[in-house]
Design a protein around this ligand. Structure first.
Ligand code: PRP
Length: 185
């Protein structure tokens, strides 16, 4: 693939993302107040959203941690085959777990993670997603807040990729190629 030929159309600009992240962090500060919370970043896609979000939180009991999830197969649709490349390191027992994800599509990746962490007896598990593609959901996921609802298009930027490219873009963009339409891997 020739990445120089990619057509990138900004659909959500940096300023709009910043404003929405501010709203979400304010809601999370109210929701969790001074409770013990572990914010879990789902690598790689959530890395920018997570870093912007947690630096705005004021809870003195907040801990942060990271997991690495991959859908099976790099260039196919999410199929429900999810692998864990890196687990959380902090003890989540009795604590409130806040999973921070870039995009919830079919929901298979999130269901896998929620089931895995639920077995460790946290107080509860909630999910915030930058982008919620609710119309494509195949399994139920406890998304309590999302940045944006988007139904169509292949989104890249602000952490989201196509074949590991475009994660660094500050805007969320719709990607198309002159010859083909990429599928969400
Ligand atoms: C993407 C995204 C979610 C998942 C959403 O991850 O970050 O984790 O797909 O799809 P689903 O709801 O249909 O399961 P990907 O496997 O592409 O890894 P990445 O985060 O490293 O980009």
């Amino acid at each position: 693939m020739d990445f120089t030929k990619a057509i990138l159309k900004p659909v959500i600009r940096q300023k709009e993302i910043e404003a929405r992240v501010g709203e979400i962090s304010a809601s999370l500060d109210s929701l969790y107040a001074r409770m013990p919370v572990v914010a879990v970043c789902v690598l790689k896609g959530a890395f920018l959203f997570f870093s912007d979000l947690v630096r705005r939180l004021h809870n003195p009991f907040l801990e942060v941690d990271f997991v690495r999830l991959s859908s099976y197969g790099k260039d196919t649709r999410s199929s429900g085959h999810v692998t864990l490349g890196k687990d959380v390191e902090v003890d989540i027992r009795g604590k409130h777990v806040l999973i921070v994800e870039d995009i919830v599509d079919t929901g298979h990746s999130m269901k896998f993670l929620v089931d895995l962490l639920a077995a460790r007896n946290p107080a509860d598990i909630k999910v915030v997603a930058l982008v919620d593609k609710q119309e494509r959901r195949e399994v139920e996921v406890p998304v309590i807040m999302s940045g944006f609802s988007v139904d169509q298009g292949f989104l890249v930027g602000y952490g989201m990729d196509y074949a590991e490219h475009f994660r660094h873009l500050p805007d969320i963009c719709d990607l198309s190629m002159p010859e083909q339409t990429p599928e969400r891997a």
